[in-house]
Design a protein around this ligand. Structure first.
Ligand code: SF4
Length: 463
């Protein structure tokens, strides 16, 4: 498939975006996690692991560390609030057990990617982090420092500059820093105070230690944000010269995420204000030399993500956009999701239940899904649309043996509406998301989502 080069700034049409401002999945997987089945169990996961052996696919490991000392009021993550750092010691002990149990069914393969997410991975004490990395190296084969992509999410409030030296010595070469917003008013409203100087000091130290990719996460749509205040946040972020930035949309779903009930709804920016913030932010980041990747990532032109987008090899997984779509993703820790071959598997989301399963010598599987041929076909379509903003229907037909027009005849009316609204172009075999439709690409994907019945309330709004 020839690549789509995305060079223009996304176009915004406020009236159109308002009309499409409906909840929809973020498509970090297809089918999405709410459709995983509870009759998928440990035996199902073991079978998937065994089947993946001999595939030649490398491994990508995700380790979820759920603990946080403080509650951010916008939080939608699976976490455990505690100041008892000794809980981390028990948790690491069980992670070791989980790795040993997984390795009984999974052959050794090179680990091209490792990611520690949370919660707050840096909640772990130095000794626990050291023990955990030693366990990973005992059970898996990590690559040389210049080959593997080994990242960890950092809460700047929890790491001293010297703590970074430990992370580097353990083998991490990428850092992702949760910033969200530098404005003191916004930080107060969301209960996350971290001065820009803290972030600047960490980045300077990280560079001197040779971390090769530094990424900042920002969120728009938080209480008390204005276009002016967020422009200042963005200017501060750009001045720090991170290699990547993610600009996430805050999804206010207080009925699903209790922490969000502590935010003042009256202080949330209106959809119009969010749109203005987004629009000016994208322009400012492109002006600063960043390339817009997928829906919400930005990277320097030399970054791997930019190359992957240009060559049609960009992928999306539970951590966002990635260059390692070919790898089997194996998740460890409470609530972690893996994607092995054509199977998704999610661990128990409750700490007690995750502990109990491992203490009983069982893999802590809660639910999962084995994709059938139709799921795989639609996953391919949704992945290419959300990564490349383009679908070659002829190539797809050759790959899958279907007649695209006939197979997706029921999608035609919705696609025609998207075309009439200028969100897609469809000339011959190529279906292309326009610059105008880029921000609404989730709606284009939703046309091909066979599971999307009327359960949309559980998904975040597109704006
Ligand atoms: S946003 Fe992150 S750091 Fe804050 S409470 Fe949630 S998981 Fe913890």
């Amino acid at each position: 498939m020839s690549p789509t080069r995305l060079t223009g700034t996304a176009h915004f049409d406020p009236e159109l975006v308002r009309r499409y401002d409906r909840p929809g999945p973020r498509y970090t997987s297809y089918p999405t996690a709410p459709h995983f089945r509870t009759d998928f169990d440990e035996a199902s996961y073991r079978r998937a692991l065994l089947e993946s052996n001999g595939s030649g696919r490398p491994l990508s490991l995700y380790v979820h560390i759920p603990f946080c000392e403080h509650l951010c009021f916008y939080c939608a993550c699976t976490k455990v609030l505690t100041r008892h750092h000794e809980w981390g010691t028990d948790y690491v002990r069980r992670l070791e057990r989980e790795m040993a149990l997984v390795r009984r069914s999974l052959e050794d393969r090179p680990v091209v990617q490792l990611h520690f997410g949370g919660g707050t991975p840096t909640f772990l004490e130095a000794a626990d982090l050291t023990r955990l990395m030693a366990a990973i190296r005992r059970h898996f084969t990590l690559l040389a420092d210049d080959e593997g992509e080994y990242g960890i999410e950092i809460d700047p409030r929890t790491v001293e500059p010297e703590g970074l030296a430990l992370l580097r010595s353990l083998g991490f070469n990428r850092l992702s820093l949760g910033v969200q917003d530098f404005d003191p008013e916004v930080q107060q409203a969301v209960h996350r105070i971290q001065p820009p100087e803290l972030v600047a000091t960490l980045l300077t130290r990280a560079r001197s230690l040779g971390f090769r990719s530094l990424s900042l996460d920002l969120i728009y749509g938080l209480p008390r944000q204005t276009p002016e205040s967020f422009a200042r946040t963005l200017a501060t972020a750009v001045a720090l010269r991170p290699d990547r930035m993610a600009l996430f949309n805050y999804a206010h779903l207080p009925e699903l995420f209790p922490a969000q009930r502590r935010l003042s709804t009256a202080e949330l920016p209106s959809p119009e204000t969010k749109l203005e913030i987004l629009s000016t932010s994208i322009a400012a980041l492109e002006e600063a030399g960043y390339v817009h990747i997928g829906m919400d990532h930005f990277a320097h032109p030399t970054d791997d993500l930019v190359r992957a987008q240009a060559t049609g090899t960009l992928h999306r997984n539970f951590q966002g956009y990635t260059t390692h779509g070919e790898a089997d993703l194996v998740g460890f820790g409470m609530s972690a999701i893996g994607s092995v071959g054509n199977v998704y598997s999610q661990n128990r989301k409750d700490l007690e239940a995750w502990n109990a399963a491992l203490d009983a010598g069982k893999l802590p599987v809660e639910r999962g899904l084995r994709l059938d041929a139709e799921d795989k076909l639609r996953r391919h379509i949704i992945t290419r649309l959300i990564c490349d903003f383009r679908l070659d229907t002829e190539a797809l037909a050759r790959l899958s043996g279907i007649d695209f027009e006939e197979h997706f005849a029921d999608c035609r009316p919705a696609l025609e509406t998207l075309r009439a609204d200028g969100l897609i172009e469809w000339n011959g075999p190529i279906l292309r998301v326009t610059d105008r439709g880029r921000f609404l690409v989730r709606h284009v994907c939703m046309v091909f989502d066979a599971y999307l019945v009327e359960k949309r309330a559980r998904y975040s709004r597109v704006i």
